[in-house]
Design a binder for this molecule. Structure first.
Ligand code: LMR
Length: 332
């Protein structure tokens, strides 16, 4: 009799713990390397809000901003190992993964505006690039904007000759390395989280980034000059661990896909204003002199930098570059 009751108790315990397990939310760790008050930072929080609200708590999104969980050079492996479930790395950071075609987005002056860029991310090239991620255990969910990059240094920078010999921090992209070498500068690949200190200590002399990153990383405190070059674009691919994503209950995956779609619209709608506001904030700080290039100076920069396209046909893919030219109407 006693054995009967103890087995009933065991079954009850098992059912209770199963029930508790079934109530456990699905946790998505979303790691990124920028401040929260940036297009990507706000986009991640919007996705969190929509995902948790629309799944009625079945999904919990933990956002880890500013390299607080993983930094550049660690993030991608952490995603592939399943230590995090989502990232939104810059499109310039897929070379080390072996998908070098993403560096087409790094080609200087290949886009005149965000509308041209969206023709690429929302067209066959964007889809092809996401397809290539699948073999790496990664699924591409969305493209998020940041904006056009400016250059900064501790000396005035107007024309290519001004960059000669400068150590310039870049993301892990060979195209960006060639870009800086074309200017006579010395490219230094470095994790985003290390840039402020490297500028402060003189390990590097300057860098490039959209204004939202420049300002939110307080680079105005350690850079005397900022040139409004708009020489290239920086945006993101929102990606997930494929095994995790494919393993979600179908209804949850559908809901999250909708949340990502709306978070993408939100992030892309605010990107330009975030960068405009950052420029005004840098101007107001009075800590960095903002240089506007004359049309002749911009033309000189473009003349020197567009050569990087041809130089990288074998790396990025001649056909990929041709596709982007066709979509954007770029005339080399
Ligand atoms: C950088 O490393 O400069 C950027 O990719 C940071 C970011 O994610 O915007």
């Amino acid at each position: 009799m006693k054995r009967f009751f103890s087995s009933i108790a065991l079954v009850g315990l098992a059912l209770a713990s199963f029930g508790a397990l079934a109530q456990q939310p699905i946790v998505i760790k979303f790691s990124h390397v920028v401040a929260e008050n940036t297009p990507k930072g706000k986009g991640a929080l919007k996705f969190k809000e929509l995902a948790e609200e629309r799944t009625k708590g079945r999904v919990k999104v933990e956002v880890y901003p500013n390299s607080s969980l993983f930094k550049d050079g660690e993030e991608m492996e952490a995603l592939q190992l399943g230590s995090v479930q989502m990232l939104a790395p810059s499109l310039a950071k897929f070379g080390p993964l072996g998908v070098r075609d993403f560096e087409v987005f790094d080609l200087p002056y290949i886009f005149d505006n965000v509308a041209e860029l969206h023709k690429v991310t929302e067209g066959p090239v964007g889809a092809m690039l996401f397809k290539k991620l699948e073999g790496k255990g990664i699924v591409g969910l969305a493209y998020w904007d940041n904006g056009f990059k400016v250059m900064s240094a501790n000396k005035p920078i107007h024309v290519p000759a001004d960059y000669k010999g400068l150590k310039m921090r870049i993301q892990s992209s060979k195209v960006l390395g060639d870009q800086m070498k074309a200017l006579g500068a010395i490219p230094q690949v470095m994790a985003f989280s290390e840039v402020y200190q490297a500028l402060q200590t003189g390990v590097v002399d300057g860098t490039e980034n959209p204004l939202s990153n420049f300002y939110t990383q307080k680079m105005q405190e350690v850079q005397k000059y900022l040139a409004l070059t708009d020489h290239g674009y920086l945006g993101y691919a929102v990606i997930a661990n494929k095994k995790f994503w494919d393993g979600l209950p179908a209804d949850v995956r559908t809901t999250l896909t909708g949340a990502m779609k709306d978070a993408t619209k939100f992030a892309n709608d605010i990107a330009q204003k975030e960068n405009d506001d950052a420029l005004e904030a840098v101007r107001k700080s009075g800590k960095t002199q903002i240089l506007t290039l004359t049309p002749a100076q911009k033309a000189e920069m473009k003349k020197v930098l567009v050569g990087v396209h041809k130089e990288n046909e074998s790396r990025v893919g001649k056909d990929v570059i041709a596709e982007v030219y066709k979509a954007t109407g770029f005339k080399p």
